[in-house]
Design a protein around this ligand. Sequence first.
Ligand SMILES: NC(=O)c1ccc[n+]([C@@H]2O[C@H](COP(=O)([O-])OP(=O)(O)OC[C@H]3O[C@@H](n4cnc5c(N)ncnc54)[C@H](O)[C@@H]3O)[C@@H](O)[C@H]2O)c1
Length: 377
Amino acid sequence: MSTPFATIPDDGTPLRVIVVGAGGMGRAWLRTVQESPLVELMGIVDLDLAAAADAAASLGRPDLPVGVGTAQLASDVGAQAVINVTVPAAHHPVTTEALAAGLPVLGEKPVASTVAQGLSLAAASELHGQLFMVSQSRRYNKHLFSAKHLSSTLGAVGIVSAEFFKAPHFGGFRDAMDHPLLLDMAIHQFDMARFLLDADPVSVLCEEYNPSWSWYRGDAGSTAIFEMTGGGRFVFTGSWCSPGQETSWNASWRISGEHGTVLWDGDNAPVSSVPPPSDAVNPEDPGQEIAGSLRDFVAAVRTGSTPMGRVHQNIMSLAMVEAAILSASTGVRVSVDSLLEDSYQQAILAERDPAVLEVLKSWTSVRTALAGESVAL
Ligand SMILES: NC(=O)c1ccc[n+]([C@@H]2O[C@H](COP(=O)([O-])OP(=O)(O)OC[C@H]3O[C@@H](n4cnc5c(N)ncnc54)[C@H](O)[C@@H]3O)[C@@H](O)[C@H]2O)c1
């Protein structure tokens, strides 16, 4: 069976990449790319050319080519792949442009501004036969892998809970945005829960609220109960204005199964009430955060292996966010299938590229398409 995306076999030289988006996170990516022997940084794209030039200078590479157009700069410098670290609203146009230019893309979370746009990107990735992977950096954590590994000795796992309590004063857009906790942060924990349970969301009942002392305009607190495939439940409770005894940025986790419990504080090694078998092998080390996802991406492009965040696989994490927000605003349990169907209809109505539209229309169902079954092999 061939892979659903083109590969670039290893010829002994690093994969040539450009980074698009030279903001706060773009600079973190630039440092990671610069330090990695797997990739070679060929240029930086930003609508703000001065920001791109400044980022190049701060890397000690003031002569690095910079530009405002992704396909143009990639062609000019002979890049083989694109790392998209733009604002969420630019994820769809920038990634679409790169895929159409025949370039695989590693993009920051969220996959796009909406699930509908994410579906368009999955179809574009199929159309052009190029990998689009979403970097969900908190998955790349050896303790998260250990927690999952330990939970495999618990028998049936039925309840996973995550508590996230922090009190950052960011200033800027988060203080003014709608749904700051669910949109900007909870996608990480939702995605980690899918990983821990090996399950996808079925439905969600969610409340959002803003404590009286909150310094955020939008609701900074939320509790969501997800039913997952297989019948398990994932319960998320979080607040972004809870000073004192704060949890880690990864949240504090309890994985409850038939024979015991795994606890993980998000920072240190997890503990289990069930001792692992004496011959247990340690799980693989996935690498640390964006360096781990970069390694996963390069391996996929080189060998055709499936990375954790392939667009088809990642969209369900954004679907959890949208379903939770819809439930909080309507006060009723939201079915993820109905959200996916609505998003699919929106994607069809909004699609401007006739060839991408044709791919979307060929899907028999969104879940089937996202499971990869409609991908031409
Ligand atoms: N994984 C994490 O923990 C983590 C942390 C922070 C941010 N992020 C994600 O990283 C992404 C970027 O966040 P940020 O904080 O760096 O944002 P930012 O606003 O600091 O920077 C974004 C940059 O993108 C540029 N840009 C916007 N539209 C563009 C376009 N069409 N073409 C080229 N450049 C364009 C802007 O000019 C800006 O320089 C977001 O998707 C965000 O969710 C992830």
